[in-house]
Ligand binder design. Structure first.
Ligand code: PGA
Length: 247
């Protein structure tokens, strides 16, 4: 299981960042568990250089620019140079700020060009009764995958994060049976873009109110390969309880 801790902007002090990293290191030895921290860029610079632990690092976003006159941007090359292995792209909180599929594609391509794995976030706003959300999900995947090379497609990690389930409580997360269905559907869409049975091996994560109380039921039998965890990843005790629940 890949458990990605998306700290968002919840972590605003070096002390807290260090405490969370220490907790992640203690958890990272568990069999079958890979932990990746996705802090804000300054904390990547604080924690990742010289990291010899099993904890991997990622960034919450990268620039669609590749350098030069782009004030305020953190490029893929910069993130990579500081030890990021993963780059979250297309998070709904970025899309809500106006990010288009074209921008997300550029970000994914820059991450891949630097040897990072993009974690492509997809997810519907709501579940309508006539299943339009399935077309929406297909569209989000196709917009990116159709423009990547066959080789690049295999390096993308999918994070299915229904927007209606983000930032709430375990009770509001997706039902395990619905998650199972969605993961099957996502792999079916992926299979249109990769050859052979590659889609069955690609990593599909779930995110949206994953907490210690629901992690195990969401993980068991749903076909996911891990979680993208927001608020529950920013408290060392809660994050430890979550990781322990699935290991
Ligand atoms: P949440 O966030 O766990 O706080 O719902 C998940 C995410 O948005 O990545």
């Amino acid at each position: 299981m890949l458990i990605v801790a998306n700290w968002k902007a919840y972590v605003e002090s070096p002390q807290k960042a260090k405490a969370l990293f220490a907790a992640a290191k203690r958890l990272s030895g568990k069999k079958g568990i890979e932990i990746a921290l996705a802090p804000a860029a300054p904390y990547l610079g604080l924690l990742a250089p010289g990291n010899r632990s099993k904890v991997a690092f990622g960034v919450q976003d990268i620039s669609d620019a590749t350098g030069g006159a782009a004030t305020g941007e953190v490029t893929a090359a910069t993130a990579r140079a500081f030890g990021a292995r993963y780059a979250i792209v297309g998070h709904s909180e970025r899309r809500a700020r106006g990010e288009s599929d074209a921008t997300i594609l550029a970000k994914a391509q820059h991450a891949l060009a630097q040897g990072m794995q993009p974690i492509l976030c997809i997810g519907e706003h709501e579940r309508d009764t006539d299943a339009q959300y399935l077309h929406f999900i297909r569209g989000q995947i196709t917009a990116i995958f159709s423009a990547l090379t066959p080789h690049e497609r295999l390096d993308v990690v999918i994070a299915y994060e229904p927007i209606w389930a983000i930032g709430r409580t375990a009770a509001d997360a997706i039902a395990p049976s619905d998650l199972t269905e969605m993961v099957l559907y996502i792999r079916k869409v992926l299979s249109d873009h990769v050859s052979g049975d590659a889609a069955t091996h690609m990593r599909v994560l779930y995110g949206g109110s994953v907490e210690p109380g629901n992690a195990r039921s969401l993980a068991s039998g749903s076909g996911i390969d891990g979680f993208l965890v927001g608020h529950a990843s920013t408290d060392p005790k809660e994050f430890a309880a979550l990781v322990n629940a699935v290991s």
